[in-house]
Design a protein around this ligand. Structure first.
Ligand code: SAM
Length: 225
Protein backbone atom coordinates (compact mmCIF):
# COMPACT_ATOMS: atom_id res chain seq x y z
CA UNK A 1 0.00 0.00 0.00
CA UNK A 2 1.13 3.53 -0.77
CA UNK A 3 0.18 6.47 1.45
CA UNK A 4 0.89 10.08 0.48
CA UNK A 5 0.48 12.57 3.29
CA UNK A 6 0.00 16.27 2.63
CA UNK A 7 1.20 18.29 5.60
CA UNK A 8 2.84 21.55 6.62
CA UNK A 9 4.98 19.63 9.13
CA UNK A 10 6.52 16.52 7.49
CA UNK A 11 9.05 16.16 10.31
CA UNK A 12 6.26 15.42 12.80
CA UNK A 13 6.05 11.91 11.35
CA UNK A 14 9.63 10.98 12.21
CA UNK A 15 9.59 8.59 15.13
CA UNK A 16 6.06 7.19 15.29
CA UNK A 17 6.28 5.82 11.75
CA UNK A 18 9.99 5.04 11.51
CA UNK A 19 10.37 2.52 14.34
CA UNK A 20 9.56 -1.13 14.96
CA UNK A 21 6.79 -2.77 12.92
CA UNK A 22 6.14 0.21 10.62
CA UNK A 23 9.84 0.59 9.89
CA UNK A 24 10.05 -3.11 9.01
CA UNK A 25 6.92 -2.85 6.80
CA UNK A 26 8.57 -0.07 4.79
CA UNK A 27 11.85 -1.98 4.48
CA UNK A 28 9.88 -5.01 3.25
CA UNK A 29 8.12 -2.71 0.73
CA UNK A 30 4.70 -3.66 2.04
CA UNK A 31 4.10 -0.02 2.88
CA UNK A 32 5.37 3.08 1.13
CA UNK A 33 4.97 6.40 2.95
CA UNK A 34 5.63 9.79 1.41
CA UNK A 35 5.32 13.04 3.34
CA UNK A 36 4.61 15.94 0.97
CA UNK A 37 5.25 19.46 2.23
CA UNK A 38 2.24 21.67 1.46
CA UNK A 39 4.49 24.74 1.77
CA UNK A 40 6.12 23.78 -1.55
CA UNK A 41 2.80 24.58 -3.23
CA UNK A 42 2.38 27.94 -1.46
CA UNK A 43 2.18 31.20 -3.43
CA UNK A 44 4.12 34.47 -3.34
CA UNK A 45 7.39 35.41 -1.63
CA UNK A 46 6.31 33.77 1.60
CA UNK A 47 4.88 30.60 0.04
CA UNK A 48 1.50 31.43 1.53
CA UNK A 49 -0.88 28.50 2.03
CA UNK A 50 -3.65 30.10 4.10
CA UNK A 51 -5.83 33.17 4.29
CA UNK A 52 -8.35 34.78 6.66
CA UNK A 53 -11.89 33.36 6.70
CA UNK A 54 -14.77 34.98 4.84
CA UNK A 55 -17.30 36.17 7.39
CA UNK A 56 -14.56 37.15 9.82
CA UNK A 57 -13.42 35.48 13.00
CA UNK A 58 -10.15 34.24 14.42
CA UNK A 59 -7.76 31.87 12.68
CA UNK A 60 -6.74 31.12 9.13
CA UNK A 61 -8.01 28.69 6.51
CA UNK A 62 -5.87 26.65 4.09
CA UNK A 63 -6.77 27.89 0.62
CA UNK A 64 -8.46 25.79 -2.05
CA UNK A 65 -6.07 26.63 -4.95
CA UNK A 66 -2.97 25.65 -2.96
CA UNK A 67 -4.40 22.42 -1.58
CA UNK A 68 -5.98 21.34 -4.87
CA UNK A 69 -2.72 21.98 -6.69
CA UNK A 70 -0.89 19.81 -4.15
CA UNK A 71 -3.40 16.96 -4.45
CA UNK A 72 -3.38 17.04 -8.26
CA UNK A 73 0.42 17.34 -8.55
CA UNK A 74 0.98 14.37 -6.23
CA UNK A 75 -1.56 12.25 -8.12
CA UNK A 76 0.00 13.14 -11.43
CA UNK A 77 3.55 12.39 -10.27
CA UNK A 78 2.64 9.03 -8.77
CA UNK A 79 0.72 8.03 -11.90
CA UNK A 80 3.29 9.31 -14.42
CA UNK A 81 6.17 7.62 -12.61
CA UNK A 82 4.04 4.47 -12.37
CA UNK A 83 4.65 4.28 -8.63
CA UNK A 84 1.16 2.80 -8.48
CA UNK A 85 -0.49 1.10 -11.42
CA UNK A 86 -4.22 0.54 -11.98
CA UNK A 87 -5.39 2.40 -8.93
CA UNK A 88 -6.78 5.81 -8.14
CA UNK A 89 -6.09 7.29 -4.74
CA UNK A 90 -8.66 7.36 -1.98
CA UNK A 91 -8.36 10.90 -0.59
CA UNK A 92 -9.06 11.46 3.08
CA UNK A 93 -9.19 14.73 4.98
CA UNK A 94 -8.52 14.23 8.70
CA UNK A 95 -11.13 16.39 10.40
CA UNK A 96 -13.06 16.53 13.70
CA UNK A 97 -16.18 16.82 11.49
CA UNK A 98 -15.48 13.47 9.84
CA UNK A 99 -16.80 9.97 10.41
CA UNK A 100 -15.29 8.41 13.53
CA UNK A 101 -12.40 6.01 12.84
CA UNK A 102 -13.22 2.46 13.98
CA UNK A 103 -11.51 -0.90 13.59
CA UNK A 104 -14.08 -1.87 10.95
CA UNK A 105 -13.27 1.30 9.01
CA UNK A 106 -9.52 0.61 9.33
CA UNK A 107 -9.97 -2.94 7.98
CA UNK A 108 -12.02 -1.59 5.05
CA UNK A 109 -9.38 1.00 4.15
CA UNK A 110 -6.64 -1.65 4.14
CA UNK A 111 -8.72 -4.09 2.09
CA UNK A 112 -10.30 -1.72 -0.44
CA UNK A 113 -7.46 0.65 -1.30
CA UNK A 114 -3.92 0.37 -2.61
CA UNK A 115 -3.26 4.08 -2.39
CA UNK A 116 -4.36 6.69 0.14
CA UNK A 117 -3.80 10.44 0.14
CA UNK A 118 -4.16 11.92 3.62
CA UNK A 119 -4.70 15.67 3.96
CA UNK A 120 -3.67 17.15 7.31
CA UNK A 121 -5.40 20.41 8.16
CA UNK A 122 -4.00 23.19 10.36
CA UNK A 123 -5.38 26.41 11.83
CA UNK A 124 -9.19 26.52 11.30
CA UNK A 125 -9.02 23.79 8.66
CA UNK A 126 -9.35 23.77 4.86
CA UNK A 127 -11.61 25.66 2.44
CA UNK A 128 -14.87 23.66 2.20
CA UNK A 129 -14.75 23.82 -1.61
CA UNK A 130 -11.88 21.31 -1.66
CA UNK A 131 -14.35 18.82 -0.15
CA UNK A 132 -17.44 19.91 -2.08
CA UNK A 133 -15.53 20.01 -5.38
CA UNK A 134 -14.68 16.31 -5.15
CA UNK A 135 -10.97 16.44 -4.28
CA UNK A 136 -11.69 14.67 -0.96
CA UNK A 137 -13.45 11.29 -0.90
CA UNK A 138 -14.15 11.20 2.82
CA UNK A 139 -13.51 12.99 6.09
CA UNK A 140 -12.30 10.97 9.05
CA UNK A 141 -12.08 11.97 12.71
CA UNK A 142 -10.10 10.11 15.35
CA UNK A 143 -12.41 11.28 18.14
CA UNK A 144 -14.57 14.02 19.51
CA UNK A 145 -11.84 16.43 20.54
CA UNK A 146 -9.80 19.02 18.66
CA UNK A 147 -6.06 18.71 18.02
CA UNK A 148 -3.79 21.41 16.64
CA UNK A 149 -3.37 19.65 13.30
CA UNK A 150 -4.13 16.55 11.25
CA UNK A 151 -0.63 15.05 11.62
CA UNK A 152 -1.30 13.00 14.77
CA UNK A 153 -4.66 11.74 13.42
CA UNK A 154 -2.90 10.79 10.14
CA UNK A 155 -0.19 8.90 12.05
CA UNK A 156 -2.89 7.05 14.05
CA UNK A 157 -4.72 6.08 10.86
CA UNK A 158 -1.50 4.95 9.13
CA UNK A 159 -0.45 2.79 12.10
CA UNK A 160 -3.87 1.15 12.39
CA UNK A 161 -4.23 0.54 8.64
CA UNK A 162 -0.65 -0.70 8.17
CA UNK A 163 -1.04 -3.52 10.69
CA UNK A 164 -3.96 -4.86 8.59
CA UNK A 165 -1.76 -5.25 5.49
CA UNK A 166 -0.98 -8.94 4.99
CA UNK A 167 2.62 -9.68 6.03
CA UNK A 168 3.13 -6.54 8.13
CA UNK A 169 2.62 -8.30 11.45
CA UNK A 170 4.87 -11.22 12.29
CA UNK A 171 3.32 -14.38 13.72
CA UNK A 172 3.88 -13.15 17.29
CA UNK A 173 1.97 -9.97 16.52
CA UNK A 174 -1.21 -11.31 14.90
CA UNK A 175 -4.19 -8.99 14.45
CA UNK A 176 -6.49 -12.00 14.92
CA UNK A 177 -8.61 -11.95 18.10
CA UNK A 178 -7.80 -8.38 18.98
CA UNK A 179 -10.11 -5.80 20.49
CA UNK A 180 -12.86 -4.78 18.03
CA UNK A 181 -11.93 -7.55 15.54
CA UNK A 182 -14.66 -9.55 13.82
CA UNK A 183 -13.45 -12.74 15.50
CA UNK A 184 -14.26 -11.20 18.89
CA UNK A 185 -17.64 -9.91 17.67
CA UNK A 186 -16.13 -6.38 17.72
CA UNK A 187 -15.85 -6.56 21.51
CA UNK A 188 -12.90 -5.57 23.69
CA UNK A 189 -10.36 -8.34 24.10
CA UNK A 190 -10.00 -10.65 27.16
CA UNK A 191 -7.19 -9.94 29.69
CA UNK A 192 -3.68 -11.38 29.27
CA UNK A 193 -1.25 -12.87 31.81
CA UNK A 194 2.34 -14.13 31.63
CA UNK A 195 4.97 -15.43 34.09
CA UNK A 196 5.16 -15.47 37.09
CA UNK A 197 2.04 -17.42 38.10
CA UNK A 198 1.77 -15.30 41.23
CA UNK A 199 2.79 -11.66 41.53
CA UNK A 200 2.47 -9.84 44.87
CA UNK A 201 -0.38 -12.16 45.88
CA UNK A 202 -2.18 -11.74 42.52
CA UNK A 203 -2.74 -15.09 40.79
CA UNK A 204 -3.25 -16.06 37.17
CA UNK A 205 -6.80 -17.51 36.75
CA UNK A 206 -6.61 -21.34 37.23
CA UNK A 207 -8.33 -22.05 33.91
CA UNK A 208 -5.41 -20.51 31.97
CA UNK A 209 -2.93 -22.83 33.70
CA UNK A 210 -4.94 -26.04 33.13
CA UNK A 211 -4.23 -26.55 29.40
CA UNK A 212 -7.90 -27.32 28.56
CA UNK A 213 -8.31 -25.29 25.37
CA UNK A 214 -12.09 -25.60 25.28
CA UNK A 215 -12.32 -24.15 28.78
CA UNK A 216 -9.74 -21.47 27.96
CA UNK A 217 -11.75 -20.41 24.89
CA UNK A 218 -14.92 -20.25 27.00
CA UNK A 219 -13.16 -18.15 29.67
CA UNK A 220 -11.77 -15.80 27.05
CA UNK A 221 -15.17 -15.33 25.36
CA UNK A 222 -16.77 -14.64 28.74
CA UNK A 223 -14.11 -12.08 29.58
CA UNK A 224 -14.48 -9.99 26.45
CA UNK A 225 -16.30 -6.72 27.05
N1 SAM B 1 -11.92 24.44 13.21
C1 SAM B 1 -11.91 23.02 13.30
C2 SAM B 1 -13.16 22.52 14.02
O1 SAM B 1 -13.61 23.19 14.94
O2 SAM B 1 -13.65 21.40 13.69
C3 SAM B 1 -10.69 22.51 14.03
C4 SAM B 1 -9.43 22.72 13.29
S1 SAM B 1 -8.06 21.95 14.04
C5 SAM B 1 -7.47 23.17 15.13
C6 SAM B 1 -6.85 21.90 12.80
C7 SAM B 1 -6.79 20.61 12.02
O3 SAM B 1 -6.48 19.55 12.91
C8 SAM B 1 -8.03 20.16 11.32
O4 SAM B 1 -8.15 20.79 10.07
C9 SAM B 1 -7.82 18.67 11.19
O5 SAM B 1 -7.05 18.35 10.05
C10 SAM B 1 -7.01 18.34 12.43
N2 SAM B 1 -7.79 17.72 13.53
C11 SAM B 1 -8.02 18.25 14.75
N3 SAM B 1 -8.73 17.43 15.51
C12 SAM B 1 -8.95 16.32 14.79
C13 SAM B 1 -9.64 15.10 15.04
N4 SAM B 1 -10.26 14.87 16.20
N5 SAM B 1 -9.66 14.16 14.08
C14 SAM B 1 -9.06 14.38 12.88
N6 SAM B 1 -8.40 15.54 12.58
C15 SAM B 1 -8.34 16.49 13.51
Amino acid sequence: MRIDVITLFPDMFKGPLTESILDRAQKMELLELKFNDLREFGTGNYAQVDDSPYGGGAGMVITAPVLVEAIEAIEEKVKSEKLIVNSDPHRIYLSPRGERLTQEKVEGLAKDHEWLILVCGRYEGIDQRVIDGGWIDEEISIGDYVLTGGELPAAVLIDAVARQIPGVLGKDESAHEESFSESLDRKKEYPHYTRPEEFMGLKVPDVLLGGNHGEIDKWRKKNCK
